[in-house]
Design a protein around this ligand. Structure first.
Ligand SMILES: NC(=O)c1ccc[n+]([C@@H]2O[C@H](COP(=O)([O-])OP(=O)(O)OC[C@H]3O[C@@H](n4cnc5c(N)ncnc54)[C@H](OP(=O)(O)O)[C@@H]3O)[C@@H](O)[C@H]2O)c1
Length: 329
């Protein structure tokens, strides 16, 4: 009789990494329109952190007002289809798949079930599960950063936080579009950022990027550490400031509306992510063409998920932190 249990990383209340435990739960069975996937790898990312801690507080509206509705975290996954519901048309047992949902797919577990119509793609041939999952969350947000504006080859673009999951993907996607990229990182990461394709690098431990004379068509703050007011003077006429964070008191949302309503010369865009399937399709083709390589900081086993969260919550990971579950039986 096959076991119906699986190993999982579980949380029942909001809090820090200490509320997460490692244990056994019922393995989910697929409904007619669902796949059952054996998860081989998933990331611990900043979206997971928001769901774990319920910060910002608005997360409670989506994840559960008093306690989490889903007791397993994880927003992205790379794995193998092991069972299909009776109505599944496009996937079969044995397919290698990668997918994402920003409200969680419960991938910090050995198995998950997912509707066939959830954003998902087949993993490019020869790409490891670890690399596949590291190409999803940050790359999706990065894609949504830059598809909100029209980027022309040769335009000057500054990326702050170029070593984060989002920033490292933004740099690569901008280079694919032919932009000239100035990346901001700390001294230790200069070689890493250069390997992503950045044309110019500013070490933020030595220089404040908002103080320079050079001006840019776009300033993308992938870690939300600056403000529009600080960056205004380094934007060219018609330049746009984009940030991954809402800013102090929702400043970036307010200024997005204000600068567009009053047709101001320099504008703010707060990129609201949409259409995950389009991000996945785009990243998949870049992976297949060898134009995109995910930046991976480190990997952990499933039992070490709390340690992974402790590290990711510090806000200084270099690219992606991956949970490698390929050895779990
Ligand atoms: N808007 C959305 O829908 C959305 C979705 C997901 C995440 N987010 C937000 O987006 C941000 C980035 O996410 P992520 O996963 O890319 O973050 P991450 O991987 O945790 O970013 C870590 C990187 O940030 C850099 N960093 C930290 N402080 C910095 C500073 N003062 N100046 C410049 N760089 C600094 C570090 O670079 P060094 O090592 O070089 O110091 C580190 O490599 C987070 O704030 C997250 O909450 C937004």
């Amino acid at each position: 009789m096959p076991t119906t249990k699986m190993k999982a990383s579980i949380y029942k209340v909001y809090g820090g990494p200490e509320v997460i435990s490692y244990g056994e739960v019922e393995r989910p069975e697929p409904k007619p329109d669902e796949l059952q996937v054996k998860v081989m790898a998933a990331t611990v990312n900043r979206t997971d952190c928001a769901m774990l801690t319920a910060k910002p507080h608005i997360m409670r509206l989506f994840c559960g007002l008093t306690r989490p509705k889903k007791q397993i975290l994880g927003t992205d996954f790379a794995g193998q289809v092991v069972a299909t519901g009776s109505k599944v048309k496009h996937y079969k047992i044995g397919d290698r798949v990668m997918g994402f949902h920003d409200m969680g797919v419960q991938s910090h577990a050995q198995y998950l079930t997912i509707r066939e119509k959830n954003p998902m793609v087949l993993i490019p041939e020869g790409l490891s599960y670890v690399k596949a999952t590291a190409s999803i969350e940050g790359a999706h947000y990065a894609f949504n950063f830059i598809n909100k504006v029209k980027i022309e080859p040769g335009q000057e673009i500054l990326v702050n936080g170029a070593t984060g999951a989002i920033g490292s993907a933004v740099v690569q996607l901008l280079k694919i579009k032919g932009a000239t990229v100035t990346a901001v990182c700390d001294s230790y990461n200069i070689d890493t950022v250069r390997s992503l394709g950045a044309d110019h690098i500013i070490d933020y431990l030595r220089e404040d990027f908002t103080d320079q004379e050079k001006t840019y068509h776009f300033v993308c703050d992938a870690v939300g550490k600056s403000s529009f007011n600080q960056c205004k003077r380094i934007l060219k006429d018609g330049g746009i400031y984009i940030s991954s964070e809402v800013g102090n008191n929702g400043d970036n949302i307010f200024k997005t509306i204000q600068t567009q309503l009053f047709k101001q010369n320099k504008r703010v865009i707060f990129p609201i992510p949409s259409n995950v399937q389009e991000s996945l399709n785009t990243i998949k083709s870049h992976l297949e063409e060898g134009k995109f390589t995910p930046l991976i900081d480190r990997t952990y086993g499933l039992h070490d998920v709390p340690i992974a969260f402790t590290y990711v919550l510090k806000g200084f990971k270099t690219g992606n932190v991956v949970i490698d579950m390929s050895d779990l039986q």
